[in-house]
Design a protein around this ligand. Structure first.
Ligand code: FPP
Length: 247
């Protein structure tokens, strides 16, 4: 099978944008300068993703564990989210990008919640690239909230225990309507999932790069996509079975 036809199998990319702090430190800049540079990188990659007609990108902007960072950095990140949403949302809308936030937004300031709600509403009928932003999200939190929702359905007799299967659980998760990620990219050199899309990455191809997020450009993204195109996705089957269906 040609690499180009494999790229068409790439619909959903999940990204951990790591390395902003180290990028700033190496330039003797405050950490927030790294996060600002990170926003620029994200904007460039969104433009590139629109160009190559990717279906969905899901980025980890703020985990539930990130609240443990110094309060000053948390405050700066929250302000950056508000200002980035204000400055980018019109262009995203013009590019037919649909914004969708996953995670518990109820703990954010009223101003940030308003910005999130407005950006989702403005872009709700777009049908181009879907940009999911995970904010105050973690994979385990998502599984717990799905469990609560299923338990309530059982308690109210709208579902029985026997009805609960993988599809039911998937449909209760934050990314329910999306296909599972095909490709996961983590920049910044660490090789872990960090409580990201735990359920959804069961068969995702995992790509790790030393490149710090602010330096991760369209060319690097294409390298990751090219790596993905060479992977044989077996989903539990043998290579021979996969090759037989491809010929
Ligand atoms: C991890 O790098 C990065 C973050 C915790 C924040 C990522 C957020 C953005 C790039 C902004 C996105 C904006 C919107 C509106 C979606 P790190 O600080 O852990 O870097 P380090 O490991 O080098 O310290």
């Amino acid at each position: 099978m040609k690499a180009t036809s494999k790229i068409t199998e790439l619909e959903h990319v999940a990204i951990i944008m790591d390395g902003n702090g180290r990028w700033a430190k190496s330039r003797r800049l405050p950490r927030v300068a790294g996060h600002r540079a990170g926003v620029k990188t994200l904007r460039n990659l969104i433009e590139h993703s629109v160009k190559i007609k990717l279906n969905t990108i899901t980025v980890y902007a703020f985990s539930r564990e990130n609240w443990q960072r110094p309060q000053s950095e948390v405050d700066l990140l929250m302000n950056l989210f508000i200002s980035a949403l204000h400055s980018e949302v019109k262009d995203l809308h013009k590019n037919n990008v649909k914004l969708n936030f996953i995670g518990d937004r109820s703990t954010f300031s009223g101003q940030l919640q308003d910005s999130i709600n407005e950006s989702e509403l403005l872009t709700s009928s777009n049908n181009g690239l879907c940009l999911n932003i995970a904010a105050n999200y973690s994979g385990r939190w998502d599984i717990v909230q799905a469990y609560h929702s299923i338990a309530k359905d059982i308690e109210s007799n709208s579902m029985s225990i026997e009805d609960v299967d993988e599809t039911v659980i998937s449909n209760k998760l934050s990314l329910a309507v999306h296909k599972d990620p095909d490709l996961f990219i983590r920049t910044g050199g660490e090789q872990r999932i960090s409580n990201y899309l735990l359920w959804e990455t069961a068969y995702t191809e995992l790509y790790f790069t030393e490149t710090l997020w602010p330096d991760f450009d369209a060319k690097q993204f294409d390298i990751a996509i090219d790596w993905f195109s060479k992977r044989q996705r077996r989903f539990g089957k043998t290579s021979e079975q996969i090759e037989r269906t491809q010929n």
